[in-house]
Design a protein around this ligand. Structure first.
Ligand code: NAD
Length: 490
């Protein structure tokens, strides 16, 4: 069994109260690790380490090229340990090896992307009316608190850590209490490549203690959070004490709009991928499938036929196409929503149950599930379930499709399937969401921003926007005519 420690001020540490948390393999319920449980006092020590590292200036004042060098060495080490990290991600989160493998490769690519971007031009100059050179330079913000969820333990962390460090900030990072395994390996890599002490600190533990302390601390200058909308709301309030900058990537209930003129096989394929990849535990999941009425029966029949064939199983079985849910708590939540859907009068088209045959009962497996006969105000239509549960809705024309698509408090993602290019563009422009796709679903790129509308978030990850989140903007007015202004008489 692995023993996982926290990484604070360049040292591996146990929690100050010596508490530990068991880390469970969601495929079989076995304990795979014991993780140090951080306390408020551990968090304060980590914040002070990051504060000192920032204020002493060693990291922010390194040349961008030197910081990029560290990031590139991290990327190389991730690649070297690709198979080990993939296996650990599967063991900790449950996702199939092929999904975990993509995440690990993407994590390395994200470090490389920000190593390159930090060397690109970042300033501007302005022509102003006076004899003045006006310019803008970008500077790091300071100590950044980074808090992430369990659905992409490594990749979500890297989406924050890579741009934060590239920009010259120091960090206090908290992984999800459920999935600290690959984050610990990432910090081993930081130690191995000689990242200066105090620059990157990791505190493990509960959101209510460690996470909350990061959010309220006056010594933290910015908080970048990914997780549920309710937690995001709490963090926003907690961060208001010292007016921290905030960046929030939150939940979703994203529409996948299927028009009758689409290529049906392509649309079914992506609709399945949209909801059942990651066992539905993806913030941008296409969890509401909106189908034009005239093809509803054919579409749903083909969708259900294929959903029933999805190979559900432990992520480390190469045959597995969909893994378990991450925890008992998440399993209970998803099963509860399935009962809510039935009680609300929706009908199950496929799945709707926990898998318990063979050894599955030891893990947290739910069959790919879809509801039909839904109504827009049902809870299963409005609320994020975060599991392999699709809800079908139907529409008669473009206007109704757009209305239904926008009819939740979320605005994270959305897809449109049609052969009519102008219609695709009209509809996607009206979908109130930050991440959208036409005739595809789920592709994410380090180069392009990731951003939620409405209650799905504030600010952006990835791309140039993701780096901007971690930078201040400073105006400098440089006088080219050094002589008294004479505003007041002498
Ligand atoms: P969560 O909100 O329960 O937890 C996320 C993180 O916040 C964890 O590290 C947790 O310990 C911490 N936390 C919990 N309470 C806290 C508090 N009071 N103060 C500070 N930190 C606290 O979310 P989860 O269940 O881990 O993840 C699932 C959610 O994440 C879903 O809603 C999903 O949509 C969202 N998500 C969003 C994105 C995105 O990019 N928009 C990406 C992945 C996941």
């Amino acid at each position: 069994m692995m023993e996982l420690s926290m990484y604070i001020d360049g040292e591996w540490r146990k929690g100050s109260e010596n508490q530990k948390r068991e880390i469970i393999n969601p495929a079989n319920g076995e304990v795979i690790a014991e993780a140090a449980e951080g306390t408020v006092s551990d968090t304060r020590v980590a914040i002070q380490a990051a504060r000192k590292a920032f204020d002493q200036g060693n990291w922010p004042s390194l040349s961008a090229e030197e910081r990029a060098g560290y990031l590139l060495r991290v990327a190389d080490k991730i690649d070297e340990r690709h198979d080990e990290l993939t296996a650990l991600e599967t063991m900790d989160n449950g996702k199939p090896l092929r999904e975990a493998g993509y995440d690990v490769s993407d994590a390395a690519a994200c470090f490389r992307y920000y190593a390159g971007l930090i060397l690109a031009p970042h300033g501007e100059t302005y022509n102003v009316p006076d004899n003045m050179q006006a310019m803008v330079i970008r500077e790091p913000i300071g100590v950044c608190g980074l808090i992430v969820p369990w659905n992409y333990p490594l990749l979500m962390s890297v989406w924050k850590i890579a741009p934060a460090l590239a920009a010259g900030n120091t960090i206090v990072y908290k992984p999800s209490e459920l999935t600290p395994v690959t984050p610990t390996k990432l910090f081993e890599i930081f130690e191995e490549i000689g990242l200066p002490r105090g620059v990157a600190n990791m505190v493990m533990g509960a959101g209510e203690t460690v996470g909350n302390e990061i959010a309220v601390s006056d010594d933290v200058d910015m908080i970048s959070f990914t997780g549920g909308t309710d937690t995001g709301r709490h963090i926003m309030k907690a961060a208001s004490g010292n007016m921290k900058k905030i960046s929030l990537e939150l939940g979703g209930k994203s529409p996948n709009i299927i028009f009758a003129d689409t290529d049906l096989e392509n649309a079914v394929d992506f609709a399945l991928f949209g909801i059942y990849a990651g066992a539905g535990q993806i913030c941008s999941a296409g969890s509401r499938i909106l189908v034009e009425k005239s093809i509803k029966d054919a579409f749903i029949a083909r969708f259900v036929e294929r959903a029933n064939k999805i190979k559900v199983g432990p992520g480390d079985d190469p045959q597995t196409e969909m893994g378990p849910l991450v925890s008992q708590e998440q399993l209970d939540k998803v099963l509860r929503y399935i009962e809510i859907g039935k009680a609300e009068g929706a009908e199950i088209a496929c799945g709707g149950y926990r898998l318990t045959d063979r050894d599955y009962g030891k893990g947290f497996f739910v069959a790919p599930t879809a509801f039909i006969q839904t109504k827009p105000d049902m809870r299963i239509v409005q609320e994020e379930i975060f599991g392999p549960v699709a809800v079908f809705q139907t529409f008669k024309d473009e206007a109704e499709a757009v209305k239904l698509a926008n009819d939740t408090k979320y605005g994270l993602a959305g897809g449109v399937f049609t052969r009519d290019a102008a219609k695709a563009m009209r509809v996607i422009k009206k979908v109130r969401a930050g991440i959208t796709w036409v005739n595809t679903y789920h592709g994410t790129y380090n180069e392009a921003p990731w951003h939620g509308y409405k209650q799905s978030g504030i600010g952006s990850s990835l791309g140039t926007y993701g780096l901007d989140e971690f930078l201040e903007t400073k105006q400098i007015n440089f006088n080219l005519n050094v002589e008294p202004i004479g505003w007041f008489s002498d």
